[in-house]
Design a protein around this ligand. Structure first.
Ligand code: FO1
Length: 319
């Protein structure tokens, strides 16, 4: 069935990390309750203090529940750090900052995982408890772990990103376990019925590629009749947050970074959204492009950007 254009049509967003969570919050604010599904990167997940940590799922959960830390973008607002402080005092590792409230969620999730629930089931339980009207789907239920190849050797994702603050020179990535990942029925169904598919302004290499590495997932995006639009994570030739521009430079892309993002998503996109500061790059882009203010500082700016992107995406249904 061809996708319809009314506001109740399902919208699927692919997201990872802080930029993705911010934009997804704007989409949720703009769309009717239940219209949004967010498929989230789990390549950043790892084991720490004996717990399974799912940073991007939690960043999206907290962002859509509006309980996220507005300064960092990850973790909880009004957090306390007693466990971390005491753990460090006892000689434990404190480079990865798990707050007390955040820890409560991790303890629960760990128990549920131990008792056999899938990450999809657990995430759904958590989003309902947090009164989130949107569906949040991990990209898969099997472990896929991003390994970063650097000039200092291979580093597990969080070692590269948090412990080493992305300082080592980036050479490439492997998504370990991706070959054995299985497309979850919920993910497949959401993409098959989507009226609009949006790739959030997340890091294309670290956050979106792991999602696309799940066997069969990018084929569904490509096969979809829905317009596929990506929002650039680049503003004024730089990353809004995180290491994407640094990584691009280290791969030899020194200028026209929005075009580099489009080329990276080759064959997937029907439209692209760039920031007004990158206006000069618009004419180089080989697809319909919306140029606007993509910086999201508060809820109104998230809502405005989401509304503009949805409208742009709808306009592509007729082209
Ligand atoms: N990012 C940091 O830069 N430092 C941290 O200590 C840190 C802790 C943390 C705890 C829970 C969580 O869900 C996320 C956390 N993040 C932290 C964010 C994080 O690991 C990255 O932003 C993502 O993996 C990249 O998208």
């Amino acid at each position: 069935m061809a996708p319809t254009t009314d506001n109740l049509s399902p919208v699927v967003a692919l997201a990872g990390g802080v930029g993705g969570a911010k934009f997804a919050a704007g989409l949720q604010e703009t769309l009717p309750p239940g219209a949004l599904t967010v498929i989230v990167n789990t390549g950043d997940d790892f084991q720490h203090w004996g717990l399974t940590i799912c940073p991007d799922i939690d960043t999206v959960l907290y962002g859509l529940a509006n309980v996220n830390n507005p300064e960092t973008g990850w973790g909880r607002a009004n957090e306390t750090w007693d466990v971390l402080t005491e753990t460090e005092r006892l000689g434990g590792e404190a480079w990865f900052r798990l707050g007390d409230k955040d820890l409560a969620l991790h303890l629960l999730r760990n128990n549920w995982l131990k008792s056999g629930a899938t990450l999809t089931e657990i995430t759904d339980r958590l989003r309902l408890t947090l009164d989130i009207p949107s569906r949040i789907l991990p990209m898969c239920n099997q472990p896929v772990r991003t390994l970063v190849h650097t000039d200092e050797g291979d580093l597990p994702f969080q070692d590269y990103f948090v412990r080493r603050r992305c300082e080592p020179t980036f050479h490439g990535l492997t998504f370990v376990g991706a070959d054995n990942a299985v497309l979850a029925p919920e993910v497949a169904e959401s993409l098959q019925t989507a009226a609009q598919i949006i790739i959030c302004p997340s890091n294309p290499y670290l956050s979106v590629d792991p999602i696309l590495s799940v066997p069969g997932l990018s084929d569904l995006v490509r096969a979809s009749a829905a317009p596929v639009v990506a929002v650039s994570p680049i503003v004024g030739g730089r990353a809004v947050k995180g290491p994407v521009a640094k990584m691009m430079r280290e791969m030899g892309h020194l200028e026209h970074l929005p075009l580099t993002v489009v080329e990276h998503y080759a064959g997937l996109l029907d439209g692209f959204v760039i920031d007004q500061q990158d206006r000069a790059d618009a004419s180089r882009l080989p697809l319909p492009t919306l140029t606007t203010d993509t910086i999201m500082t508060d809820l109104p700016s998230k809502r405005r950007l989401a509304a503009e992107v949805l409208q742009f995406s709808r306009s592509l249904m007729y082209s």
